[in-house]
Design a protein around this ligand. Structure first.
Ligand SMILES: Cc1cc2nc3c(=O)[nH]c(=O)nc-3n(C[C@H](O)[C@H](O)[C@H](O)COP(=O)(O)OP(=O)(O)OC[C@H]3O[C@@H](n4cnc5c(N)ncnc54)[C@H](O)[C@@H]3O)c2cc1C
Length: 438
């Protein structure tokens, strides 16, 4: 039965919050929905910025969609925005033994230079097996580090995936379960999608549609600081004032929940405190010259002595004409919360990275650099250990009409816009069916 004469407040205008608003309102046309967002724009982790003379915005963190991202494409289709996303086949490579090796197709496994024929066959058939295997969750009983070598062979594992796991998960690398790895192989396509204008622009178009077609109210530049409950209703305190709600959906990251109220604090203590996650960091270089002359978009760094995990030249994926003909390069990292780089200034980090960057792109000189920009998100990459399906935090907080939705709940899939949208839809259905509020 649809919810009537009630007000839902969604905290956070990332893709989970936007999707939850859309599907909540579809299921409950009479429900009043307000989204409260601390920033001045929607998009959250998939938000971005636009510099002078740029016509498109650039994501704070590199983002793209996969052709298998059906849930976000369905939402965009419903709102008449699907045409904004264009798919392309950019070049992905590995940096290994000081060489850039293209690695984004079955042919690339065949031509891979550092394994013998037998080991390449082992690798190729192992990856094909994972792609076809339908029961991914069964693999959560094993760690990737122990079991993946059995599927693709020890030499391929040691060369290709062990260094990437180490750089991505640092001290937690040995804990990551195989279901998480399976989901990445299963769901990712070679073709990558990007919305015209950038992901921040896509999010702002979604805001327009939700405001105008569905009458969702947005309060930007409004930070929720605490939540008080009175019987069946809530009062949210923000830095702009107070607002009442019958239903609350929190999509803000876990560190914020401890401040809201006792319920969310207890939820944090019960379901989040012992979970591990890493911060995401990107240093974005603006250059007046191409970084990868061979038009590589994405380079995974397989040499663990390098102080970063990926280099992605955005303007080898999306035309530089949208960015005043400048060349834009992400240097990406995932870092434990106590890592020293999280306290560095952009120029300090660049100084640390520069010797390695010039090894990857020998033609790079100081005068090619226009400037650099640093972004980081504390809650950037959760670690999914063995048996994680039994530890997924619930959608509902206690017995109240308070709900929590975020990337810890999209397992076995990795965080992603598609899974944020899918979670928003699942949550909307869950809330609508939740007997307490009908
Ligand atoms: C480095 C990196 C690369 C990624 N690459 C991809 C990719 O290529 N493709 C892909 O699909 N996904 C990618 N993702 C994942 C994707 O960005 C996330 O899964 C998705 O954006 C999560 O959306 P969300 O709404 O759940 O959370 P968020 O985006 O974190 O949204 C939460 C919102 O809450 C707001 N908020 C926080 N505190 C408060 C408060 N107190 N009051 C009010 N508002 C508040 C925040 O400002 C934010 O807007 C990447 C993520 C990272 C970190």
């Amino acid at each position: 039965m649809p919810i009537k004469n009630q007000k839902a407040v969604i905290v956070g205008a990332g893709f989970t919050g936007l999707s939850a608003a859309y599907y909540l309102s579809k299921n409950n046309p009479d429900l009043e929905i307000v989204i409260v967002e601390k920033e001045g724009q929607a998009g959250g982790l998939a938000g971005g910025f636009k510099l002078k003379n740029w016509t498109w915005s650039l994501d704070y963190f590199y983002h793209h969609l996969f052709t298998s991202d059906k849930d976000v494409l369905e939402l965009l289709n419903r709102l008449g925005l699907a045409d904004m996303v264009k798919f392309k086949l950019p070049k992905t490579s590995l940096f290994i033994k000081q060489k850039k090796i293209k690695f984004d197709s079955p042919q690339d496994v065949i031509t891979y230079p550092f394994l013998n024929f037998f080991n390449k066959l082992y690798l190729g058939s192992g990856l094909a097996f994972l792609k076809l295997w339908p029961f991914g969750l069964k693999l959560e009983a094993y760690t990737t580090a122990k079991f993946l070598p059995k599927i693709i062979g020890q030499p391929a594992y040691q060369q290709i995936f062990a260094p990437l796991l180490k750089s991505k998960f640092d001290r937690y690398a040995g804990r990551v379960n195989l279901a998480w790895f399976w989901a990445r192989i299963k769901s990712r396509s070679r073709q990558l999608g990007y919305p015209q204008g950038g992901f921040a622009h896509l999010a702002s178009r979604l805001v327009d549609k939700l405001q105008n077609q569905i009458k969702v109210e947005f309060q930007f530049h409004t930070k929720v600081t605490s939540i008080a409950s009175h019987d069946q209703t809530f009062e949210l305190k923000t830095d702009k004032g107070k607002t009442k709600a019958d239903i609350i959906v929190l999509t803000s990251p876990p560190e914020t929940w401890q401040n809201y109220n006792l319920l969310t604090k207890n939820y944090y203590q019960s379901f989040i405190k012992d979970k591990s996650y890493l911060s995401a960091q990107t240093l974005i270089l603006r250059l007046n010259k191409r970084f990868f002359d061979d038009k590589t978009y994405w380079l995974n760094i397989n040499q663990t002595e390098y102080p970063f995990l990926i280099v992605a030249e955005h303007t080898n994926f999306i035309a530089k004409k949208y960015y005043n003909n400048q060349h834009l390069v992400y240097i990406g990292n995932y870092l434990p919360l106590d890592h020293k780089y999280l306290n560095y200034e952009p120029t300090q980090l660049l100084k640390e990275f520069w010797p390695y960057l010039t090894k990857i792109s020998p033609g790079l000189k100081k005068h090619h650099l226009i400037d650099c920009h640093l972004f980081q998100a504390r809650f950037g990459q959760p670690v999914m250990p063995v048996g994680y399906s039994k530890e997924i935090p619930p959608l509902k907080v206690g017995s109240s009409n308070l709900y929590i939705a975020n990337m810890l709940q999209v397992y076995p899939y990795d965080r992603g816009i598609n899974y944020a949208v899918k979670l928003g839809r699942r949550l909307a259905r869950f809330i609508t069916n939740d007997r307490k509020i009908v």
